[in-house]
Design a protein around this ligand. Structure first.
Ligand SMILES: *Cc1c(COP(=O)(O)O)cnc(C)c1O
Length: 496
C-alpha cells in the first residue's frame, strides 16, 4: 500500500514519504501526517522472533512506502550498529512492577539516538530520490538531547550542514558540554537567551520565511529539520513500541493480543505520538500515559480540553521536558477531528495569537480513548529516584523518574492490571547532579565530572563512553545570541 503524506494545515496536496523527510515541515507551517494508517503485515508472534533491525524494517517499510527494500535496509543497517553499547540496540529491565524500556544505549545516551542515528541516512536517500541538488541545512532547536544526537548523526555527512540552537542556562551541564565540544566542519552550536519554546519558534519562523528561503536556495542550500516535526524522526520511534511488545511476548510475560500500557515522559509529544502510531498500525495498546513535569500544559489539557500555554516556564531537573508548546500535539489534534485541516489551522492560530485553544467534546473523547495525563512535581521526581534506588539499586534519570512517579500514582488510583512499560529516555549520567542529589541529599558543590565519579561509586553503573569522551574535550562553540538574532546566526553560518 502506498502511503502519502499531507499537511495538518492544508488538504490540497499529497507528498511521498521521502519528500516529506527531505522537506521536514510543510510550507504552510503544518506538519506532515500519513493520509491513512497502514497495518502491520507480520503477526506479533512472528515479530517476537525478530531482532531490532528486523522489526525496524517491518515497521518503517509500512510508512516509508516509496523506499525500496535495499534503500531502507541500507539506512537501518548503518543506524543500528555498534554505536549502541548493547546486544540488540535497546534493553528491557524489570524493576519494581514495571518494565523499563531503556532507549539510552546509543552514542549520546538519550532516546533521541533511536531516530537520529537513522535520520541522516533517510535524508540522504530522500534527497537523492527527489533529485535535490542543494546542500541540506538542518535547523534544530533543542531542549538538550536532540542537539547532541543530531550533531553526532550529521557531523561529517557530505552535502549537509547542521546548526543547533539551545536555551543557554536551560540544559544540564553534561548536555551543554556534549554539544559545545562537537567537532566537524559542517556543524555550528549556538546558545540563545531564551527558553526552548523560543528556540523552537525561532526555528519554525526561519523555516517559513519565504524571502530567506529564496535567498539560501540561490546560494545552493535548502532547510530541513531534525526535530520530531520531521516524520523521518517520528516513524523510527514507532519501532521500539513494537519491539517492547514483541520482547514481552517472546519472554512469556504476555500473550499475543494482550493489551499493555506505556508511560512516556513527554515534552514535545513526539515520543508518545510514535506510541500512538504504533497503536494505529495494530499494536495492542491500552493506555498511553503522558507524563509531564511541572510544565504540565498537557496534564491540564487532559483534564480540561483546553491547551493553554499562558503560564510561567519552569526550569526543572528534567530539562528535555521543559516545553510549553508541544509541537507534535498538533498531529493528534488534527487526527482527533478526522483530519479537518481548516479546524486544526484555526486552533493552531488561536495558540499563536492567544496562547490557548479548546478542542470539541468529540475530539476530547477521541483523545481520551488512547491517552491519559499525569504529572510529577520536582519533589516527587527526586523521591522516586531515591525510593527506586534504595529498594532495587536501579538508577533512574530525572526524565524517566517523572514517568515512574506518574505510574506509581496511576497504579494507586486506577484499577488496571495490564503490563506496563515505562519508556526510559536517558542515562542517569546525563543528569548526574540532580540524580545524585536525590539519592544522597548532602551538599554537592563539586564540579560535574567529580559527581560523575561519585555516581559511579555509589551505583556501580559503568560511566558511558559518551561522558568519558567529553570530560577533557575542548570547548569549540561559544556563541550566545539574542532570540531575535537566530536568523542572523544562520546567515553567518552559510556565509550569506
Ligand atoms: C526529548 C526528551 C524527552 C521528551 O520527548 P518528546 O518526544 O519531546 O516528548 C524526554 N526525555 C528525554 C531524556 C528527552 O531527551
Amino acid at each position: 500500500m502506498e502511503i502519502l503524506y499531507k499537511s495538518t494545515r492544508d488538504d490540497s496536496k499529497r507528498v511521498s514519504a521521502s519528500y516529506a523527510i527531505a522537506k521536514g515541515i510543510a510550507d504552510d507551517g503544518g506538519l506532515f501526517v500519513p493520509e491513512q494508517f497502514p497495518s502491520l503485515e507480520k503477526s506479533l508472534e512472528e515479530l517476537s522472533g525478530m531482532d531490532y533491525k528486523g522489526i525496524a524494517y517491518e515497521v518503517m517499510k509500512l510508512f516509508f512506502s516509496d523506499f525500496s527494500e535495499e534503500e531502507l535496509k541500507y539506512c537501518i543497517d548503518n543506524a543500528y550498529d555498534s554505536k549502541f553499547d548493547t546486544e540488540d540496540t535497546v534493553v528491557m529491565s524489570y524493576v519494581d512492577k514495571a518494565y523499563y524500556l531503556e532507549l539510552f544505549h546509543g552514542s549520546t545516551i538519550a532516546f533521541k539516538d533511536m531516530a537520529l542515528s537513522i535520520l541522516p541516512y533517510l535524508m540522504k536517500v530522500s534527497a537523492k530520490k527527489n533529485n535535490i541538488k542543494e546542500d541540506i541545512v538542518i535547523l534544530t532547536a533543542t531542549s538538550g538531547d536532540t542537539g547532541k544526537a543530531a550533531l553526532a548523526g550529521f557531523a561529517g555527512v557530505e552535502g549537509v550542514k547542521i546548526i543547533v540552537f539551545y536555551p543557554k542556562g536551560g540544559v544540564s551541564a553534561i548536555q551543554e558540554k556534549q554539544m559545545v565540544t562537537q567537532v566537524g566542519d559542517n556543524v555550528k552550536v549556538v546558545g540563545i537567551k531564551g527558553n526552548f519554546d523560543d528556540a523552537q519558534t525561532g526555528v519554525k519562523n526561519i523555516f517559513t520565511d519565504k524571502e530567506f528561503n529564496e535567498k539560501i536556495n540561490k546560494a545552493g542550500y535548502r532547510f530541513s529539520s531534525a526535530n520530531s516535526i520531521n516524520i523521518g524522526r517520528l516513524i523510527p520511534q514507532v519501532v521500539y513500541y513494537v519491539y517492547a511488545y514483541a520482547n514481552l511476548l517472546k519472554n512469556g510475560k504476555i500473550e499475543e493480543g494482550d493489551l499493555i500500557n506505556f508511560v512516556v515522559p513527554t515534552g514535545n509529544f513526539g515520543n508518545i505520538l510514535a506510541g500512538y502510531f504504533a497503536k494505529c498500525i495494530g499494536l495492542p495498546v491500552n493506555k498511553l500515559i503522558c507524563a509531564s513535569n511541572e510544565n504540565k500544559v498537557l496534564y491540564d489539557f487532559f483534564n480540561s480540553s483546553v491547551y493553554d500555554r499562558n503560564r510561567d516556564f519552569i526550569l526543572t531537573t528534567s530539562p528535555s521536558m521543559d516545553i510549553l508548546i508541544s509541537s507534535n500535539f498538533e498531529r493528534l489534534v488534527y487526527l482527533s477531528c478526522g483530519g479537518n485541516s481548516e479546524l486544526n489551522k484555526k486552533l493552531m492560530n488561536d495558540l499563536k495569537e492567544k496562547g490557548s485553544y479548546e478542542v470539541t467534546a468529540e475530539m476530547k473523547q477521541f483523545i481520551d480513548e488512547s491517552f491519559i495525563g499525569g504529572f510529577a512535581s520536582e519533589k516527587q521526581v527526586s523521591d522516586r529516584i531515591k525510593n527506586v534506588f534504595d529498594k532495587t539499586g536501579y538508577v533512574l534519570d530525572t526524565h524517566t523518574a517523572v514517568a515512574s512517579a506518574v505510574y506509581e500514582e496511576y497504579r494507586k488510583t486506577v484499577d488496571d492490571d495490564n503490563e506496563t512499560v515505562i519508556v526510559s529516555t536517558a542515562s542517569p549520567y546525563k543528569f548526574t547532579r540532580a540524580v545524585l542529589s536525590a539519592i544522597d541529599s548532602t551538599e554537592h558543590d563539586e564540579e560535574d565530572f567529580v559527581l560523575v565519579d561519585r555516581l559511579n561509586e555509589i551505583s556501580g553503573i559503568e560511566i558511558p563512553k559518551a561522558v568519558k569522551d567529553i570530560r577533557n574535550a575542548e570547548i569549540l562553540h561559544k556563541n550566545v545570541c539574542e532570540k531575535a538574532d537566530m536568523k542572523k546566526e544562520v546567515a553567518d553560518f552559510l556565509s550569506l
